[in-house]
Design a protein around this ligand. Structure first.
Ligand code: ADP
Length: 487
């Protein structure tokens, strides 16, 4: 991989206790470029012992971070932000190489990821307490906020930079060191981020990157069960989130979970059709449909159904499927062959239940095994696999509906609730539906809701807690109340 700053990648190394870490053992695994299925680098396959070393280093760093002022931590974060900004082209190249997303989207992710660091640099200086009127006349009550302690973090491959900075930015701002296990698909971005964080002045041990593949479960046990880790933060699938949250109960860690979604997108007859089509395309095909807030089910009211479908086909046929490093590419590969097979299975199931494939529908095997054609299927049955579970691909299932009550009921008929979207020009309906959707985030007349300023998180089985925004730092702080007797 050609980078302007080659020091962002060190051969065969993880990052522990403030240094590139090259173990003596010969256990490594390949990082694969999804566009070519070829290895781009190899990284150490670390085990629970090495993860525990990272936790021990973090325990030492915790004292240092806690004793810094918020302003001092903010200064480190701001220098990290500047370095991320200066390295944006290289970071985008690394993201595209290991994740597959088109370069333009990778650049967008670097901006989004560094914005969290900038945002939390601001929050670091605003960690305040409160004053309370006591019931007993002799008492005075105040509260202060203190860092929760060492944080264990596990992240997914779909946003290799942003899923780390959204957690680590908040944690460092609060004064908490982090031990991060990135997804085995995308460890290189995580390592480059850590390298830059130390150049920015982070104390040794305040951020370690534990790369692992074979030892994923045992490293996960260290991060969820080690008594010195006080907080665990995870982004990934609901199934793995449940398992890890259960592991955390043995030591009563604070837990933050950002899990799977099954986002409904509703277009009412009174919507602005052209804006709705823009919203659907933006929300569905970003990162080839592999974000947890991507539209998973599109509900279109009968009166605008045919116009919406026709406009969507025209838009989808404009996509240029190809490798992410080709500047002409507007839709990249999926993360793996397995991911493409899942989309094929959802297509097959929808067709079996009466669905009509209007465009796409197959693996684009001429490009590679991880490429799937952008696909639109109409007449999708409410009980189809794609309506009940996350497809995570460039596959848009369309369901027709009649009334508002009916569609709200269908939208809510799932055990998860991360994001939901709808388009209407009727302000009363906008309030009603926004309040009725059982999700943590609603897009009203927009398909793009991710913003550092907006609390990110879900309800039901989509998780617990909120990241980013003014409240994101609270996940890493404990409130301590102090009662003073004055006589
Ligand atoms: P996805 O299907 O998007 O890969 P996962 O939930 O499987 O979602 O993965 C999200 C993160 O969780 C990745 O870093 C992955 O390596 C990690 N992971 C998966 N299974 C476990 C486990 N048993 N213990 C710890 N981490 C795990």
């Amino acid at each position: 991989m050609q980078l302007k700053n080659q020091s962002l990648i060190q051969p065969d190394s993880a990052f522990i206790n403030g240094k590139w870490y090259r173990p003596e053992s010969d256990q490594y695994f390949d990082v694969i470029n999804p566009a070519t299925s070829q290895p781009v680098a190899k990284v150490p396959d670390l085990d629970e012992k090495q993860c525990t070393e990272a936790v021990d280093a973090a325990v030492k760093a915790a004292v240092q971070l806690k004793n810094m002022t918020g302003k001092q931590r903010a200064e480190i974060l701001r220098r990290w932000f500047n370095l991320l900004h200066e390295s944006r082209d290289d970071l985008a190249t690394i993201i595209t190489a290991e994740n597959g997303k088109p370069l333009a989207e990778a650049r967008g992710e670097v901006v989004y990821a560094s914005d969290f660091v900038d945002w939390f640099a601001g929050e670091a200086t605003r960690i305040d307490g409160t004053v309370h009127q006591a019931s007993a006349s002799a008492n005075r009550i105040i509260t202060i906020k203190q860092p929760v302690g060492v944080v264990g973090i596990i992240t997914p491959w779909n946003f290799p930079a942003a899923m780390i900075t959204r957690k680590v930015g908040a944690a460092i701002a609060a004064g908490c060191p982090c031990v991060v296990k990135p997804a085995a698909e995308t460890p290189l971005t995580a390592l480059a981020l850590a390298h830059l964080a130390y150049q920015a002045g982070l104390p040794a041990g305040a951020l370690s990157i534990v790369t692992t593949l074979v030892h994923t479960a045992s490293v996960g046990k260290v991060l969820t069960q080690h008594p010195s880790i006080r907080k665990f933060s995870f982004t990934g699938s609901t199934a793995v989130g449940k398992l890890l949250a259960a592991q955390c109960t043995t030591t009563m860690k604070k837990v933050n979970l950002e899990l799977g979604g099954n986002a409904p997108f509703i277009v009412f007859d009174d919507a602005d059709v052209s804006k709705a089509v823009d919203g659907i395309v933006a929300s569905k095909f970003r990162l080839s449909g592999q974000t947890c807030v991507c539209v998973n089910r599109l509900y279109v009211q009968s009166g605008v159904h045919d116009r919406i479908v026709e406009a969507l086909i025209a838009r989808v046929n404009q996509f240029r499927l190809g490798p992410g490093d080709d500047p002409k590419t507007t839709l990249g590969p999926l993360i793996s062959k397995k991911a493409a097979e899942k989309v094929a299975a959802h297509t097959e199931d929808a067709v079996k239940r009466g669905g009509h494939v209007l465009t796409g529908g197959e693996v684009a095997s001429d490009l590679g095994e991880a490429f799937f054609q952008p696909t639109i299927v109409t007449n999708v049955a409410p009980d189809a696999l794609c309506a009940r579970s996350e497809t995570f691909g460039p596959f848009l299932p369309i369901l027709r509906f009649g009334t508002e009550d009916e569609v709200v009921q269908m939208a809510n008929s799932t055990e998860v609730g991360l994001a939901g979207y709808f388009f209407t020009e009727n302000i009363s309906r906008a309030w009603r539906v926004a309040e009725a959707l059982e999700v943590g985030m609603v897009g009203v007349n927009t398909g793009l809701i991710s913003d550092v300023a907006s609390p990110f998180g879900g309800v039901k089985e989509s998780g617990q807690g909120r990241e980013g925004s003014r409240i994101g730092i609270d996940e890493y702080l404990e409130v301590k109340s102090m009662t003073f007797a004055v006589n």
